[in-house]
Design a protein around this ligand. Structure first.
Ligand code: TRP
Length: 468
């Protein structure tokens, strides 16, 4: 148990190449977070200033945490719980891995609902349902009627989880990596097409300005909490997904370059996601503060006003479904690898069982999608203000997708900075002879900046006032 670096490598799956790993890790990072969650959260928080905060958190906290997770994973060649067991036997640190597995369940349970919805919207686009959706109101009605159809949403969610399990059961290079190699290029193709289309709409300049002209009077502490949560969520950090993906990396892989590539890809695509949504939104005169339904309502209302609108709407929702799939794969993989590595379960069985469990957990989110849940009344205004919504899905989104990830990132930094130690972690990153540029700065950030910043934001955001 105490010689993790050399022991567990033999029977374990591995990525077939660096490019394969980067595609899979970027596939995990790039998802509904970039094109669904990023635009509606930026929209609800006033645009530019929030986007700036988000970028700051990606650089100052996201990238350092990404390096921590990859180094723990690659060094131990194990999934989160047993990685901690291997590094610090006999301590309570594996609990951090377990919290991550729990967070994975929680995130997957609401994520797969939105992912299922994207599949539903591909179908609606194909059948020409948006022909009538010439304005934001009609489109909102269509969204309402789909979202409040509980059995339909539940079925779509189940379908999506099934597809995810089918890939994850095939393992690392044969399942996850192969799917990413096929799906990611299709995704990029659609993305470029849509950005060009959106920026040449009448609302193009206004949309651009909304994202990049910061209005600092709109900054709130709740916004800062959500910006940090979004930075972690978008990079798939704080719950061990990158420990798991790192555990399939070989010892001579260049971690600094891989981390930089994944972060650059992911962040650029969030920006492009915004550049598709905001120009479209201002073209139809819709409000950016619509919440989780934003992209469904807004985007659906524009397609039929455009030449080849039908093609664009199919492209857009297919794009989302693909992005979501490479992310649900990584969420499921974290949980499955726990059952495989720590419980000795066969991969196929674990994939089916976990997907089925997630389906059950997803039902409250699926059935409350169209309704304003009574939960917000129970939890009070303060919660709705921070969580930015009211239904069960919003609750899961906030608790697992923001709070759990922030706590997880904080604990991982404390672990690497104070328990495992910066010198050991740095040596693990640099195994294979690839230097980590700015290593002393990284050490300082991991030891002091990340734990303090995450702690302050958590306490302040959750318990104290809502304004700066
Ligand atoms: N990063 C993905 C997105 O932006 C979501 C995701 C996949 C995720 N795996 C994760 C988030 C692990 C947190 C942790 O859509």
């Amino acid at each position: 148990m105490s010689t993790p670096a050399s022991s567990a490598t033999v029977s374990r799956g591995h990525w077939s190449s660096r490019f394969g790993f980067i595609l899979a890790a970027a596939g995990s990072a790039i998802g509904l977070g970039n094109i669904w969650r990023f635009p509606y959260t930026a929209g609800a928080n006033g645009g530019g200033a929030w986007v700036l905060l988000y970028l700051l958190f990606v650089l100052a906290i996201g990238v350092p945490v990404l390096l921590c997770e990859l180094s723990v994973g690659r060094h131990t060649q194990r999934s989160p719980v047993s990685a901690f067991k291997a590094l610090v036997p006999g301590t309570w640190w594996p609990v951090v891995g377990a919290i991550g597995v729990l967070a994975g369940f929680g995130i997957l349970s609401f994520y797969s609902v939105i992912a299922g919805l994207t599949v539903g919207y591909v179908y609606l686009s194909l059948t020409g349902r948006f022909a009538a959706a010439i304005d934001a109101e009609t489109s909102a009605e269509i969204f309402g009627s789909v979202a409040s159809n509980g059995p339909l949403i539940a079925a779509l969610t189940g379908f999506f989880l099934l597809a995810t399990a089918l890939i994850v059961r095939r393992g690392v290079s044969g399942g996850i990596e192969r799917a990413s190699r096929i799906l990611m290029p299709i995704f990029f193709g659609f993305l470029v097409l849509l950005v060009v289309r959106a920026l040449t709409l009448p609302g193009g300049a206004e949309g651009f300005a909304f994202m990049f002209n910061p209005d600092f009077s709109k900054m709130t502490i709740g916004g800062a909490v959500s910006a940090l949560g979004q930075a972690l969520f978008s990079l798939s950090l704080g719950m061990g997904a990158m420990i798991t993906y790192g555990s399939y990396l070989s010892k001579d892989e260049n971690i600094p370059i891989s981390a930089a590539s994944v972060a650059t890809f992911d962040t650029s695509i969030a920006m492009l996601g915004g550049l598709i949504v905001f120009p479209t939104l201002f073209t139809v005169g819709a409000s950016p503060t619509a919440g989780p339904g934003l992209i469904f309502v807004v985007m659906a209302s524009i397609f039929n006003t455009l030449p080849l609108g039908g093609v664009f709407s199919v492209a857009f929702y297919t794009l989302l479904a693909i992005a979501a799939l490479t992310s649900t794969i990584s969420l499921l993989e974290v949980i499955v690898s726990y059952f495989v590595d720590d419980r000795g379960m066969a991969r196929g069985k674990a994939a089916w069982l976990v997907a089925a469990g997630c389906f059950v957990l997803a039902l409250p989110s699926a059935l409350s999608l169209g309704a304003v849940g009574p939960l917000s009344n129970l939890l009070g205004e303060r919660f709705s203000e921070i969580a930015g919504g009211s239904g069960f899905l919003d609750l899961a989104n906030f608790v697992f997708g923001t709070i759990f990830l922030t706590v997880g990132a904080m604990l991982i930094c404390i672990f690497v900075g104070w328990k495992w130690g910066i010198p050991a972690a740095r040596a693990a990153i640099e195994t294979g002879g690839h230097r980590l540029p700015g290593a002393p700065l990284w050490g300082f950030v991991v030891r002091y900046v990340c734990p303090l910043a995450t702690l302050i934001l958590l306490l302040y955001g959750v318990f104290v006032g809502s304004n700066w």
